[in-house]
Design a protein around this ligand. Structure first.
Ligand code: FES
Ligand SMILES: [Fe+2]
Length: 467
């Protein structure tokens, strides 16, 4: 990033980039910049609602797991009364970590440094030699710090380290209409199977955010090998990005989802008939949501800023076996401008037969786990983008990436006026508006503006021009 004469590099360069985004351009150098990384940590991860985990990961009192928001480490723990807490893992005496395992079950956390002890709801329970050493210390004021805001939606726990800002309800907005389909379709909801996988990728976190915000264009190309190996069905992988099935790109309150499906067919993401009949329920969904689920073959999508999901049918882990669905939720935790930690959970309907849940978990692992067939295709590409952004040429040549697909002067793209859900749906998936929307929101938060300033849609742009 160039430093201008006044030294005011950030505001000016970012504002230029925001203008360029209206033309569908975004600078490559923004995918590797130390100062931008620091700003992202402060202004995005310091304010946003960030996914922590699912309640089913800590079902019993005392169950805990270590979790992160940006650079901050927390303990995700269910206390003795059954409440879920998110405690900052830093001893109130001198800051040592009090949680020394990735996960487990405990009634108390004891600091390894001088032995201060905390209950699993964070309350300070024991201070060695207190009557002599800390006679006047108020124990009640020296519990582990709770994250300022913690909220749950359908078992999914999100937190914000800012004590002000929109509620989780407001943050998700009407996008819940879409995510309800995933969480409420099975009677009894979804649950996490096993532990989340975690691995480090040498790539900037925005590369994967781009991908999950509607990159249908890459599927048949980057994942062609999955098709060659007969691990991905022709319908899902072979025809993605070709516009010959019921493909929709949906933008709703700053979040996005891509759906592929078949009109008026019973598809249900290729869940087997017995699961559809015995486990799925219309009770938690409207008729419109049910119809969307019925016709869907696959969904991908992202909740701003760093939550992604895939609910896929028509793939397999073995060419000799039938196709089956999988459902994964993932989180991209930036570690540095060229490094992120990817967290990934496999889920399955809670009330499905055990054998089927294990198949779903295997399917998730085989396709999108750390060594998954799809995952292996994408990661080197994201690293390549980041490497390109790292050098001098991206800066000196002001190299701009192209996000123009779907802009009305570039390609024809209609809005589906009859789409039953909130937000709006492009009637095909050959467009990149979801990525522009992601980068617009990214800009607005870095500029300390409300996230809603991001227009992100031709409809909204039209409305704003009419004002
Ligand atoms: S730092 Fe934890 S007891 Fe001293
Ligand atoms: Fe991919």
């Amino acid at each position: 990033m160039a430093i201008d004469d006044t030294g005011d590099w950030t505001e000016r360069t970012l504002a230029d980039a925001r203008d360029a985004l209206d033309e569908g351009l975004f600078p490559l150098e923004f995918f590797h910049d130390e100062q931008l990384h620091q700003l992202e940590m402060e202004r995005i991860f310091g304010t946003a609602w960030v996914f922590i985990g699912h309640e089913s990961e800590i079902p019993e009192p005392g169950d805990y797991a270590r979790r992160y928001i940006g650079d901050d480490t927390f303990i995700f723990v269910r206390d003795e009364s059954g409440e879920v807490n998110l405690l900052f893992d830093s001893c109130r005496h001198r800051g040592a970590r009090v949680c020394r395992a990735e996960q487990g079950n405990t009634t108390h956390f004891r600091c390894p440094y001088h032995g201060w002890t905390y209950k699993n709801d964070g309350e300070a329970a024991g201070i060695p030699q207190k009557s002599k050493a800390f006679k006047n210390l108020d124990r009640e004021e020296h519990g582990l710090a709770h994250v300022p805001r913690l909220e749950t939606y359908e078992g999914l726990v999100f937190a914000s380290i800012s004590d002000e800002g929109p509620s989780l309800e407001e943050w998700l907005g009407d996008f819940k209409w879409y995510f309800d389909i995933h969480m409420k379709l099975p009677d009894g909801g979804m649950e996490v199977i096993g532990e989340p996988h975690r691995w480090v990728i040498d790539a900037n976190w925005k590369t994967i955010a781009d991908n999950f915000n509607g990159d249908s264009y890459h599927t048949a190309w980057a994942h062609g090998s999955v098709l060659d190996l007969e691990l991905g069905g022709e319908e899902t992988v072979g025809h993605a990005g070709t516009g010959d099935s019921m493909d929709r790109h949906i933008h709703c309150d700053g979040h996005t989802t891509s759906m592929r499906g078949f009109e008026d067919e019973d598809v249900f993401m290729t869940y087997p008939e017995e699961v559809v009949e015995d486990v799925f329920s219309r009770d938690g969904l409207s008729e419109d949501q049910w119809q969307v689920a019925r016709q869907a073959l696959s969904f991908t999508g992202a909740i701003f800023p760093n939550f992604g999901f895939l609910h896929f049918g028509d793939t397999t882990d073995d060419p000799d076996k039938d196709v089956a669905p999988f459902f994964t939720i993932r989180k991209w935790r930036p570690l540095a401008p060229d490094k992120m930690e990817l967290w990934s959970w496999g889920l399955a309907p809670k009330n499905a037969p055990e054998e089927f849940k294990q198949r779903m978990y295997k399917m998730y692992t085989a396709n999108f786990g750390p060594t998954g067939n799809f995952e292996q295709d994408d990661v080197p590409i994201w690293k390549g983008i980041t490497d390109g952004a790292k050098g001098q040429f991206a800066k000196t040549s002001d190299f701009q990436l192209n996000y123009q697909m779907g802009l009305d002067w570039m390609s024809e793209m209609d809005i589906d006026e009859n789409w039953p859900g909130p937000g709006f749906a492009y009637s095909e998936n050959l467009e990149e508006g979801g990525m522009r929307l992601f980068h617009e929101q990214w800009y607005e938060l870095l500029a300390e503006n409300p996230r809603e300033n991001a227009l992100g849609s031709p409809i909204n742009i039209q409305e704003s021009e009419d004002k």
